[in-house]
Design a protein around this ligand. Structure first.
Ligand SMILES: *[C@@H]1O[C@H](CO)[C@@H](O)[C@H](O)[C@H]1NC(C)=O
Length: 921
């Protein structure tokens, strides 16, 4: 690795200054003037005897599925400001309200004064309007009736919006009168024009940590309150290192936060746990749950955002505050948590179905140093009989941190290396960051400079800052021309990134963007992007703009294979193109503990392809911690081991003797369950279903389950996992959230219900054991022959596990495709539904139009090699199978395991891709 002295010094400074967080490096609400102003506003309004609403409706016009409302905002001693509000009912469910300030004058030539509309990033195309919604303009209200007995009522006098389902109030918007849209104004005389609830702090400039913010547009924040009547639990708004059920943020009781949850994408080193501090990504979507009902809010804004949460005895209040942009939100209501996430995903898109390799095990470290190092690690996996799919290269593979170059001294022949990996269907993931070394003669820098495709300072020059390569500029991927240029860099051409290979995956890191010498480790807010918008406006969508460009580039590179991209920064909609991980955690129990709630939060916020660095990024995990982390991490939708450059090597075979077995077993269990995990990815890709489900999804009417985040279900398999996350623990108290029967995963023993509300079961778990139960009512598939990588297992036989519930019923699904191409979009996949009713186990096809192209043709006859049926009652006296018009009687054995009656059918002679029925009688 060739590093200049300056870069080394910088790095040393950086690491030293960040070892103890860093809390002071990030703004509190009080230090961020727009947040301070709006919290102040809220406190003032709360104490008013009578509130005089500055917003007045002047005109209403009703269209198909939408209403356009003209509003004026009165300003003390000045002309009132016209605003335009639009209320629309979305065909996928949800009522959307946008509020804009249409007449903002041009301020100067550099910066656009228009409010930024972040929906073009978040939305997967313009959402269709529900033209059958009935919208009526009454004297005092505008009423929209739509969907499944849903009604939204906007009060014209107060601008309070109430949303009802089945005549019950679910969400009240602006009930506390916190609507605030800071209009465009001039600095002179501003004080005279403030209402009694406003303060002028920081409206026209502010400073933080020696970094000035010039605010050429003045104040432009937007804020609003949403109340959830009857709800005590709210979830979502990642990314925070906090629990699944969000806390109150105004510090009234023990365990509350005092700071609001903040969404501002930053490179937060060694982040604190149990904190509302901002992290790398931002999804301004929140859902609430109470028995019988769910509700949600999506706040469509990419600027710095704070969310205050106040839990009262009878309801939960939330106050959303963003620095700039249009005011734009969607309210969702529904019966189940799934309803809310499906509505949200119908607008922002669902998780793209990844290549199967990306759903298997990833081996990463900063850094695998040489080509020989990579190939040796690769060979060792086989030597130690441990499967893996992807090996990763961090920044050191490049020449002096210049992306799209290879350090040929240590990676002399990347094409050869990729070819070696490809022999066992393994992939290489390389890192590409958005900072571009400022060096004349470096092709990427030269191109950006020549075409002006970098982020600019507020004076119109290139913005320069420090990052891994030293002095850098940032490609402005919000610019379509920059995205176009990005394509050429990824092409399989001499100037592109390497090789002819198709077994390359990509990692876009540091894309908040991280700037070592910038405010809050990021870029100045008054830097300028495409269209004349400030970073202030686009900030939380910037990382997403980069991966959107990468996704397009990889699609152009090879339209026939599904790209895989890992991103650190994300925004609503990023699930359409990439997976995320929780950034730079530590090798300590605390970080293992918080990883499960963080991954669950991603799963209820529409971006389930998520994981935490297994083992912890910083520091050296003790053997017990590393083992427990693998045992938890194997269930993360994104399963990757990663480690900092200063840590000891920790590939699985370097563990202490018996720990090698534990790590191997954990990784092999991932591969054994891969058919079911991949099926969960399929479900996520069509409905937004979580891949890891919090307990409240399975027991949505049991309030005792609402805050549980120490355990989870895996897709629809019924597998309930409670990872061991405490040092020295040899058991866990496993919470069973419902009355269903459960079978132990390892022994198949039946676990009885104890009472109506679920109960805790002490589950013994020595270091070699992962606590897992199987919920009655589910059928899932495994592959019991573990090979070197996921693609090598695609044609292997399948085992079905049927766990009957107390009514003897069970159901499940299995989805199979070629794992890498797009043939599935044309019907080239196998998707079977399994049903059991106590007497007949049936398989039917969920593929309405199976096309026997490559995959189905080859895979239709994959044998089901074993069927295991666990049941609370004896069911077999005989077994008959029927498939493709033939009947036969397969051999079976029955066993009694504790209270479980188990029937195992060995080699039933069934082909996985065709319908069949098996009767027990
Ligand atoms: C994201 O990339 C696609 C090309 O794949 C492009 O059509 C689209 O406009 C981009 N999204 C935005 C918001 O620029």
């Amino acid at each position: 690795m060739k590093t200049t002295l300056v870069a080394l010094l910088l790095l040393a400074l950086f690491v030293a200054s960040c070892e103890a967080v860093t809390r002071g490096a990030f703004k509190t609400c009080d230090q961020n003037s727009f947040c301070k102003r709006n919290r102040h506003y809220a406190d003032q309004v709360a104490h008013l005897q009578s509130f005089s609403n500055p917003y007045e409706v002047t005109k209403v016009s009703i269209g198909k599925g939408e209403a356009s409302v003209s509003i004026v905002k009165s300003v003390p001693k000045a002309k009132s400001v016209p605003l335009s509000l639009k209320l629309s009912v979305l065909a996928s469910g949800g009522v959307r309200v946008t509020l804009d300030e249409p007449n903002r004058a041009k301020i100067n030539n550099v910066v656009s004064s228009k409010r930024y509309d972040a929906s073009h990033w978040a939305f997967n195309g313009e959402p269709a309007i529900d033209t059958s919604a009935q919208i009526t303009d009454y004297e005092h209200t505008i009423e929209a009736i739509y969907g499944d007995k849903t009604k939204a009522v906007l009060n014209k006098k107060t601008l309070q919006l109430d949303v009802y389902r089945n005549d019950k109030l679910e969400v009240s918007v602006n009930k506390r009168h916190l609507l605030n849209m800071e209009h465009l104004r001039s600095e002179s005389d501003n004080d005279k024009h403030l209402s009694s609830y406003e303060i002028a702090d920081g409206m026209f400039k502010e400073e933080f940590g020696g970094h000035p913010d010039s605010k050429p547009k003045g104040p432009e924040s937007v804020a609003l309150d949403f109340e959830f009547p009857g709800y005590n639990h709210v979830y979502g708004i990642p990314e925070h290192a906090d629990r699944l059920s969000l806390r109150s943020t105004r510090g009234r009781s023990e365990g509350d936060h005092t700071e609001p949850y903040r969404l501002y994408n930053v490179d937060i080193l060694e982040y604190e746990t149990d904190s509302p501090m901002p992290m790398y990504g931002a999804i301004p979507f929140l859902q609430a749950r109470k028995p019988g009902s769910s509700a949600g809010v999506f706040w469509v804004n990419a600027a710095d955002t704070y969310i205050d949460i106040q839990k009262e005895a009878s309801h939960t209040d939330t106050h959303w505050i963003s620095e700039s942009g249009t005011l734009d939100f969607i309210v969702f209501v529904g019966k189940t948590p799934e309803d809310i996430v499906t509505q949200y995903g119908s607008i922002t898109g669902f998780t793209t179905l990844p290549p199967i390799s990306a759903t298997a095990y990833h081996q990463c470290r900063w850094n695998y140093n040489t080509q020989d190092d990579v190939l040796e690690v690769h060979a060792n996996f086989d030597k130690y009989d441990i499967p893996y799919d992807t090996i990763w290269l961090d920044v050191e593979y490049t020449q002096a941190k210049k992306y799209f170059t290879w350090n040929r001294d240590v990676f002399p022949d990347p094409g050869y290396m990729l070819g070696q990996l490809d022999k066992t269907c393994r992939k290489l993931t390389v890192i590409i960051d958005p900072h571009i070394k400022l060096e004349e003669g470096y092709k990427v820098y030269d191109a950006l400079k020549q075409k002006g495709l970098y982020v600019k300072s507020n004076s119109g020059d290139a913005y320069e800052g420090d990052c891994w390569p030293g002095k850098s500029v940032w490609i402005d991927t919000t610019n379509p021309a920059a995205a176009e240029f990005w394509k050429s860099m990824h092409a399989k051409e001499p100037q592109g990134i390497a090789a002819e290979a198709d077994n390359m995956f990509f990692w876009n890191d540091m894309n908040e963007p991280s700037v070592f010498n910038g405010p809050e480790t990021s870029i100045l807010r008054d830097t300028v992007h495409y269209g004349g918008y400030e970073n202030r406006d686009v900030h939380n969508a910037f990382g997403m703009s980069m991966i959107n460009a990468t996704f397009a580039a990889l699609t152009a590179r090879n339209p026939a294979v599904r790209p895989f991209i890992l991103t650190r920064s994300f925004f609503s909609g990023t699930q359409r193109t990439a997976a995320m991980w929780t950034g730079d955690n530590e090798a300590s129990w605390e970080y293992l503990q918080i990883a499960t709630p963080m991954v669950l939060t991603q799963n209820v916020a529409g971006m389930p392809f998520a994981g935490a660095d297994v083992g912890g990024f910083f520091g050296n995990p003790a053997p017990e911690l590393l083992t427990r982390w693998y045992q938890a991490g194997l269930f993360y939708p994104f399963f990757r081991a990663h480690a900092h450059i200063d840590t000891k090597r920790r590939e699985p075979w370097l563990a202490e003797e018996e720990h090698i077995d534990y790590l191997r077993n954990a990784i092999r269990l991932r591969y054994q369950l891969l058919p079911s995990i991949y099926t969960a990815f399929r479900q996520a890709s069509v409905s937004g279903a979580p891949i890891l489900k919090p307990l409240f999804y399975v027991a949505p009417n049991n309030p005792d389950a609402y805050a549980r985040d120490d355990s989870f279900f895996v897709g629809n398999t019924g597998l309930l996992v409670h990872p061991v996350v405490h040092e020295g623990a040899t058991s866990v108290n496993m919470f069973i959230p419902d009355e269903e029967v459960y079978y132990d995963f390892h022994s198949s023993q039946l676990v009885h219900k104890k009472n109506d509300k679920g109960f805790e079961l002490e589950y013994k778990a020595n270091i070699d054991t992962i606590p897992i139960l199987q919920r009655g009512g589910h059928i899932y598939a495994r592959r019991d022959r573990i090979r070197r990588s996921s693609e090598l297992m695609l044609m292997d036989p399948v085992t079905l596990v049927v766990n009957a519930n107390s009514m003897w019923d069970a159901e499940g699904e299995l989805y199979l495709d070629d794992g890498k191409g797009y043939g599935y979009k044309n019907g080239d996949f196998i998707h079977m539904k399994f049903n059991f009713d106590g007497q007949v186990l049936k398989a039917s096809s969920l593929n309405p139009d199976p096309k026997s192209f490559d995959f189905v043709h080859k895979a239709i006859d994959i044998p089901i090699e074993k069927i295991i049926v666990n049941s609370p009652e004896m069911l077999t006296v005989g077994c008959t199978v029927r498939q493709a018009g033939r009947d036969w009687n397969p051999k079976y054995e029955t066993k009694q395991i504790g209270a479980t009656h188990q029937t195992i059918i060995h080699n039933p002679g069934l082909a996985v891709g065709l319908p069949w029925a098996m009767s027990f009688s």
